[in-house]
Design a protein around this ligand. Structure first.
Ligand code: PDD
Length: 286
């Protein structure tokens, strides 16, 4: 069945959706995005994703295509039109189509491009990978210095996923100056002696919306949290590890660079946080 997607004010069958070859998203990766999960036909942490979208747009001096209320209406319309029960909504805003290629930003008469589409993932919250955990490798973090802005410059993260695949792993953790920044498309955590350790916020990592919610739930559950950089050696010696993202929720990591963590099975902290996160977010979904 063909999806109905959204492009600049129109709902269209995916095969009829068009964006110009001069669009700066296509030519310059001059675009930001968000991924919001859908569980039971409802949006998970929509407000968080809107807030970060506004921040990304602001940091790049990019115009906003519409209000948060309009974005919510588009998300809901796409969920309804595509009968999405569990899955994701991808949203992208680009600096638009100036009609030619030019490094300089176009003037304000060029309107941003807004594209949204759904990805149906039945049983998203019951992922088989969460039951056994994933394996990660470490690779050098050679991305640009503003990883706090959610841009579509995803070539290196894609290469990282391919390096992981080639090595028989599921994902890669990025390492800069000896310390883990984050995963290719997720935030990274280790657990030692019951204490959750994850990189502090800064320009080096994306400020994960799932990260913020998971740390909030962990604090409410009286778990100890340390926000600081950690090394791969520290991670290999940890009791457990996990990642968070809008699409993976809380996903246990059981192996790093071929070294099994503990017994090599998902740890109790990751399992508990996954349950807590999914339960709480289902309740708060809109
Ligand atoms: N990725 N770090 C990076 C580099 C990411 O790309 C993502 C999200 C995260 C987690 O952020 P959040 O919890 O807000 O999803 C951290 C999305 C899911 C993606 O690119 O598909």
């Amino acid at each position: 069945m063909s999806r109905i997607v959204y492009v600049n004010g129109q709902y269209l069958p995916e095969g009829e959706a068009r964006v110009s070859i001069f669009d700066r998203g296509f030519l310059m990766a001059d675009a930001v995005y968000e991924v919001t999960s859908v569980l039971g036909g409802k949006l998970i942490d929509f407000a968080g994703h809107c807030t970060r979208l506004r921040r990304s747009l602001g940091e790049l001096d990019m115009a906003s295509p519409c209000s948060d209320d309009e974005l919510l209406a588009i998300h809901r319309e796409l969920v309804a039109r595509n009968a999405v029960v569990d899955g994701m909504i991808y949203l992208q805003v680009t600096r638009g189509n100036p009609g030619d290629r030019d490094f300089a930003f176009p003037d304000a008469s060029v309107t941003p491009t807004l594209v949204l589409f759904t990805q149906s993932k039945p049983g998203l919250a019951e992922s088989p990978a969460a039951k056994v955990g994933i394996k990660v490798i470490s690779i050098e973090d050679i991305r640009w210095g503003r990883r706090d802005i959610k841009t579509v410059q995803l070539l290196y993260p894609s290469m990282g996923k391919m390096m992981a695949k080639k090595a028989g792993a599921d994902d890669a953790w990025l390492v800069e100056d000896g310390f883990v920044t984050e995963g290719t498309s997720n935030n990274a955590y280790i657990v030692t002696g019951g204490r959750i350790i994850t990189r502090n916020l800064g320009n080096e990592i994306l400020h994960g919306i799932t990260r913020a919610a998971v740390l909030r739930f962990a604090r409410e559950a009286q778990m100890e949290i340390e926000e600081r950089p950690f090394t791969i050696d520290e991670a290999k010696a940890a009791d457990e590890a996990f990642i968070t993202s809008a699409s993976a929720f809380v996903m246990p990591v059981v192996e790093i660079d071929g070294t099994k963590l503990g017994a090599g099975v998902p740890g109790p902290v990751a399992k508990r946080l996954r349950e807590l996160y999914i339960d709480e977010m289902r309740k708060a979904a809109i």
